[in-house]
Design a protein around this ligand. Structure first.
Ligand SMILES: Cc1ncc(COP(=O)(O)O)c(C=O)c1O
Length: 425
């Protein structure tokens, strides 16, 4: 890893902490990637890694997916940015609406954070109210309103509220434990000024935490009862839990949905959509302002069209395959950890799973925090030494992709065996 070490030392001189996003920092230094293909990454030193981070869930179809590369390559020759409308944007919107029937109108943005920020502003503009309810451990982007008791990198780095964040902003964010409908009801009874509730239906930023039976339907019921717009942040869940996201899987219709990650299979694109009466509040027709130079650029839009078309074409093969691989991995890892007498619990759904080093069931932020993160770091480092790359934090999720093969799964389980043995010691 001589080249990566040297590159990290160079990077630290010109990039804060040497990385462009905090979770990318790995002790003692991250590996620097030269290229990727299918299920693999290659670093500057020539090492190959089987990728289970997959762009934090974005690469549902794997790296360098041929259908996407081919359509994007053709578009590159026709131009990269017009900042005036294209027929492509209508095609993409129709595809999103077809897959997510709760969405009647949709606007394309660049990142998940932009999508959730717009969703929240829309909820506030629509209701003319101020407060937002979010759940502990859910991550919706790196900005003040939602960077309160958030998961992902902020949980990993122990930052509950960021320095530089304004109390005046975060005081309008009410935080409720995930999977706790009674606390939600209390919060709604106490606060009359609630503009919206935002939730990751399946929480993928605290490790992986699943909604308990009836939790999501109760959240839907109670938000209707209190007339609070329900925002499903499906930036991770969308296209991953099913082609229609968590809302299709759990049969819940939110008022607003945000998408990102797998929408573009690695290209920079996200979206915010929902009921017509809410979406019509966006300017210039409405008075909720949202804008971006790069929104709807033909490269990202082409990538998203190609991703959705591919997903729709192969869905009958794709989702059962990912679920089967996920189950094989979870069962084997569970057996290995049990054989080594390591206290653990594993949560999984569809193409995602995570192991926590605790005996307790993990159902929320508090129980996720009971996991022994030192053991997780040992697991991560040993997997990496054995050529397997999972996200370097307990508070992230292992993601499968369509590019994974039987051989990848066998190799990975071998590496989990060796690594869990080290965790035990
Ligand atoms: C559920 C969820 N929402 C929003 C975001 C923010 O997306 P981005 O990093 O593209 O701004 C993330 C990022 O990980 C996410 O997991």
């Amino acid at each position: 890893m001589a080249k990566s070490r040297k590159l990290f030392s160079d990077a630290k001189k010109v990039i804060p902490s040497g990385v462009n996003s905090p979770v990318r920092y790995i002790e003692p230094y991250p590996f620097f990637v030269k290229r990727s293909e299918g299920s693999s990454l290659w670093d500057e030193d020539g090492n190959r890694y089987t990728d289970f981070c997959n762009g934090y869930g974005a690469l549902l179809l794997g790296h360098t997916r041929k259908e996407i590369i081919s359509t994007v390559s053709s578009q590159l020759k026709k131009g990269t940015l017009y900042t005036t409308p294209t027929a492509l944007e209508i095609e993409l919107s129709k595809l999103i609406i077809k897959n997510f029937p709760s969405i009647k109108k949709v606007r394309t943005v660049n990142t998940g954070a932009e999508a959730t920020m717009t969703a929240i502003r829309l909820a506030r503009g629509f209701t003319k109210k101020k407060k937002i309810i979010k759940f502990e451990g859910c991550y919706h982007g790196a900005y003040d309103t939602v960077l309160v008791k958030a998961g992902s990198g902020s949980a990993h780095n122990g930052i509950s509220i960021s320095d530089g964040g304004l109390d005046e902003v975060s005081k309008n964010t009410l935080v409720v434990p995930y999977n706790d409908i009674n606390e939600l009801e209390k919060t709604l009874t106490k606060n009359k000024d609630v503009a919206g509730l935002i939730i990751e239906p399946v929480l993928a930023n605290m490790g992986l935490v699943l909604p308990e039976k009836n939790f999501l339907s109760d959240v839907r019921k109670i938000t209707k009862q209190y007339d609070v717009p329900l925002i499903f942040d499906e930036v991770v869940n969308g296209f991953r839990i099913s082609e229609g996201g968590a809302q299709k899987f759990f049969h819940i219709q939110p008022d607003i949905t945000t998408l990102g990650k797998a929408l573009g299979n690695g290209f920079t694109i996200a979206a915010v959509g929902g009921k017509k009466e809410i979406m019509n509040k966006l300017s210039p027709d409405g008075k909720v302002y949202q804008a971006s130079t790069f929104a709807g650029n033909p490269i990202s839009v082409t990538a998203a069209i190609s991703s959705i078309k591919t997903i729709n074409k192969i869905k009958n093969r794709l989702y059962p395959k990912l679920e089967r691989y996920c189950k094989i991995m979870v069962d084997e890892i569970d057996d290995l950890a049990t054989d080594y007498h390591i206290p653990h619990t594993i949560n999984s759904i569809s193409s995602m799973f995570q192991i926590f080093f605790t005996n307790q069931k993990v159902i929320d932020y508090k129980t996720a925090k009971k996991s022994n993160t030192k053991k997780f770091q040992k697991l991560f480092s040993n997997l990496l030494k054995n050529g397997i790359f999972i996200a370097p934090s307990q508070y992230e999720t292992v993601f499968l992709s369509d590019a994974h093969t039987d051989a990848d799964i066998t190799k990975t389980l071998g590496a989990y065996g060796l690594s869990l043995k080290q965790v035990k010691n």
